[in-house]
Design a protein around this ligand. Structure first.
Ligand code: COA
Length: 182
């Protein structure tokens, strides 16, 4: 899916929210590694990343060409400072109304409006793609993300007390949230 929007951030700088494609592979990977090293709120440990830059290029080109998924990037001053996207939960007919959402913004760009812009753009695109429900899982301790999700209409529909288990052996609760799109 193709998308392009320019927004003004809370610090007065301009930010472009657009579809990422294969030519963004290096920047998206850099952003992925940095966001995953900066916060423990995401699923993957940085050293668990199995994607090469070539894999990332294929992944982004594939998503950019598809009508049922997207990977957006937020670009400030030529640098990718955040990404967000959605993809189908499954291919079977009974699952086709559901998509899963994910997002990450570099820590030094938090609080500027980038997370909200990426989320709202994904919601608009998920509606355009014909989905009925957008879903996500978020750590219960990730209050900033939960606040963002609630503010755009996501509701909690359950909790998994053993959703994540960290390398330190800590069980972490995942909050399951969904947003009806119609
Ligand atoms: C969660 C995250 C995406 C928010 O991105 P952001 O660019 O800082 O968000 P924004 O500046 O657009 O703020 C949007 C909303 O988020 C919430 N929020 C942001 N920072 C917050 C904070 N420190 N405390 C509470 N709420 C906060 C507010 O509801 C805010 O609303 P506002 O627009 O009225 O200010 C970002 O912190 C992030 O990438 N964190 C690491 C990765 C992560 O946790 N991803 C989600 C996994 S489920």
């Amino acid at each position: 899916m193709q998308y392009y929007k320019e927004i003004l951030l809370k610090n007065g700088k301009s930010c472009i929210i657009r579809t990422a494609d294969g030519s963004d592979a290096a920047g998206v990977l850099r952003c992925f590694l940095k966001t995953h090293a900066e916060t423990d709120n995401l699923l993957t440990y940085p050293d668990e990343r199995s994607f090469t830059e070539a894999d990332e290029r294929d992944f982004l080109d594939t998503h950019a060409a598809r009508a049922d998924s997207v990977e957006l990037c937020a670009v400030v001053g030529g640098e990718i400072v955040g990404t967000a996207g959605f993809e189908p939960v499954g291919t079977q007919f009974k699952l086709r109304h559901r998509a899963t959402f994910g997002i990450g913004v570099l820590r030094d760009s938090w609080g500027l409006g980038i997370g909200r812009a990426l989320t709202e753009s994904c919601i608009a695109l998920a509606k355009q793609a014909g989905y009925r429900q957008l879903e996500l899982e978020v750590l219960a301790q990730n209050l900033a993300a939960i606040s963002l999700y609630q503010s755009v209409g996501f509701f909690e529909y359950g909790r998994n007390p053993c959703g994540f288990r960290t390398r330190d052996g800590e069980d972490q609760t995942l909050v399951l949230m969904r947003l009806l799109l119609v």
